[in-house]
Write a protein that binds this ligand. Structure first.
Ligand SMILES: [Zn+2]
Length: 450
């Protein structure tokens, strides 16, 4: 016997309430509550005697890297931490139309064992057309057009796949609940049912989820807590670059990114991102500075662009693309106070070229230089790279992975690199590139904009 009652659930984070609320106390979303029928059923937890649990000796459990299923797409495998872990659940989120299905199909197509692609949105014919476009010829790629989870689970038993792709989790529903597909209850329930089966059957599941306007994966943030890995596939739909970022990974690091380029016949890996990000660079323009960021294990050179213009109104604008707005405010205050640059009456627009998002503070100094360059209309030599974290006192703090950054700059033909002077200590590099240590912001600005 099961009872059911009405509840209000936040579609963003899954917070439950007995009455409707305008603002979610958990995640601060407005208007995110929807009415849902919640079944309070005793889930058929089998009595103890029926299920025999296995106890393992820790030394007997295999955790070898070769257990992972390699997709052959290196950018994808690396972001996952070396391939797909059997029994794991991967949530692949991103804006509609960004290429999630394409990525999942391309990744699954190279796997030598069985793959089951469950489509809830497109017909098998549409999938076939995409497969033709992507030149997928795999003989063990199975397609199932189904949204009923119970049917899917029995098809999984039949096909014995090692990877199951669910496209998308928002279209799936379980008969146990009367709620319509896409509601928090359904998404959560379908995911946990799949998860249970995946752990038992030792297959991995890639869940495709659409992102809401607010940038939250698949509405319910609850999913992020359930699944093993959360991958975010991002990029501008009018740009051809796509970035795969891991936001959570129980089987690898979370700061790796994979870079792809969208072509007519699918996604191509970008093996040398620095070259790509610097290729469109306009040389000898004020406000442009090159920096070296390390994303995961890989250094990427990129261009920081700033545009500083006088503001005619009392409220100057600060607009950033690919950089934290609050961090920009801090850096502007430091520039104003420590370098005597009058910025409070100016609009500041800051852009990380190429559509990447950079979170690490090692790009601070390049951001400051690009703003100063645009304000003073002085060009920084285009053969130089600038690296360093800026402290509130205007001091330059050391950054990690300095050797990698220097080597990448040298590899791409840069002649000079400015690094924090503390990073000079113990630096053992045999390089052609001229390395200059910088102690504080003023010092550097005087050198490059004298
Ligand atoms: Zn919420």
């Amino acid at each position: 016997m099961s009872k059911s009652r009405l509840k209000y659930i936040c579609t963003s984070c899954g917070y439950e309430s007995l009455r409707w609320l305008g603002k979610c106390p958990e995640c601060d979303s407005w208007n995110s509550f929807s009415e849902e029928l919640v079944e309070i059923s005793k889930r058929k937890n089998s009595p103890v005697a029926n299920q025999k649990s296995t106890i393992y000796k820790i030394n007997e459990i295999s955790a070898a890297e070769e257990d992972r299923v390699k997709t052959g797409i290196k950018e994808f495998d690396r972001v996952l931490g070396g391939g797909i872990m059997p029994g794991s659940i991967i949530l692949l989120g991103g804006d509609p139309g960004i290429g999630k299905s394409t990525l999942a199909m391309q990744a699954a197509a190279n796997i030598s064992s069985n793959v089951l692609y469950v489509t809830g949105e497109e017909s098998p014919k549409q999938i076939k057309l995409r497969a033709l476009r992507l030149k997928i010829k795999s003989d063990n790629f199975f397609i199932l057009a189904e949204t009923n989870l119970n049917n899917i689970l029995s098809s999984i038993k039949e096909a014995q796949p090692s990877i199951v792709v669910i496209d998308s989790i928002q279209t799936m529903h379980s008969e146990q609940f009367d709620n319509s597909p896409g509601t928090v209850t359904q998404i959560r329930e379908c995911t946990s049912l799949l998860m249970e089966e995946a752990k038992k059957g030792h297959f991995a599941v890639i869940l495709i989820g659409h992102v809401t306007k607010e940038g939250i994966i698949a509405g319910p943030k609850v999913l992020e807590h359930i699944v093993d890995t959360v991958l975010q596939f991002e990029g501008e739909s009018n740009h051809s670059f796509r970035i795969l970022r891991s936001q959570k990974n129980r089987f690898g690091s979370t700061n790796e990114i994979g870079i792809f380029e969208m072509h007519e016949n699918g996604l191509a890996e970008v093996k040398n991102p620095s070259e790509l990000f610097l290729s469109d660079r306009e040389k000898n323009v004020s406000g442009s500075v090159i920096t070296a960021s390390v994303e995961g294990t890989r250094p990427i050179l990129l261009e920081v662009q700033a545009l500083v213009t006088p503001s005619n109104f009392g409220n100057p604008q600060r607009v950033t693309t690919g950089f934290d707005g609050r961090r920009l405010s801090i850096l502007l205050a430091v520039l104003e106070k420590r370098a005597n640059l009058r910025l409070s009456a100016n609009n500041v627009f800051l852009n990380m070229a190429g559509g990447v998002r950079i979170f690490e503070p090692a790009v601070d100094l390049a951001v400051c230089c690009s703003i100063a360059s645009s304000l003073l209309d002085k060009i920084i030599d285009n053969k130089s790279v600038v690296i360093g974290e800026v402290g509130l006192g205007g001091e330059i703090r050391s950054v990690g992975n300095i050797e990698k950054r220097i080597q990448e700059a040298e590899k791409l033909g840069f002649k000079r690199i400015f690094i924090p002077s503390n990073n000079l200590k113990g630096l053992k590099l045999n390089t052609e590139i001229k390395i200059s240590g910088v102690g504080n912001l003023m010092e550097l600005l005087q050198v490059i904009y004298k």
